[in-house]
Design a protein around this ligand. Structure first.
Ligand code: UDP
Ligand code: MG
Length: 143
């Protein structure tokens, strides 16, 4: 699974009608879309996805936010995908993010920051599997 990462256009990105602009940034940066869908997360699904943050002060707000509307998970492929994608989206807090990054351009706050990117190859594999089956990733040819 190395060379892959999971992006999510978060509910604020969808709500602000930014799906097209964000995907353009992603593909212009050289990422290939392996699979994409629009889903509304349940509290259980969002809680499982962000399990590592359980107990932190922002966890409840994060689950509220991530279940507030549909989001768009995208499985991406590129050499050095995880690190390059983190660079493309910028730091968690958009106020501190580099100029031209997706969060700097579009995010409102550290909490509502329009996009997710996996932080390691190991988590990329887990996170891609959270949203996509092997069939959806076109990894087998059975219809
Ligand atoms: N978050 C928040 N407050 C914080 C830190 C994080 O609301 O102080 C939210 C924010 O939406 C962030 C997500 O929780 O993107 C996951 O946090 P993480 O530290 O993993 O940041 P990321 O990897 O998304 O940059
Ligand atoms: Mg993270």
């Amino acid at each position: 699974m190395s060379n892959r990462t999971l992006a999510i256009i978060k509910p604020d990105g969808v709500q602000k009608n930014l799906i097209g602009q964000i995907i353009t940034k992603i593909t212009e940066a050289g990422f290939k879309i392996k699979a994409i869908k629009m889903v509304r997360l349940t509290k259980d699904s969002a809680g499982g996805f962000y399990e590592v943050h359980k107990g932190k002060f922002f966890f409840e707000g994060l689950i509220e936010y991530m279940t507030s509307g549909p989001c768009v998970p995208i499985a991406l492929e590129k050499e050095n995908a995880v690190a390059d994608f983190r660079k493309l989206i910028g730091t968690t807090d958009p106020a501190l993010a580099d100029k031209g990054t997706i969060r700097k351009l579009y995010a409102a706050s550290k909490a509502e920051n329009v996009i997710h990117g996996s932080d390691s190859d190991e988590n990329a594999a887990i996170e891609i599997a959270h949203f996509f089956s092997r069939k959806e990733l076109l990894e087998n040819s059975v219809s």
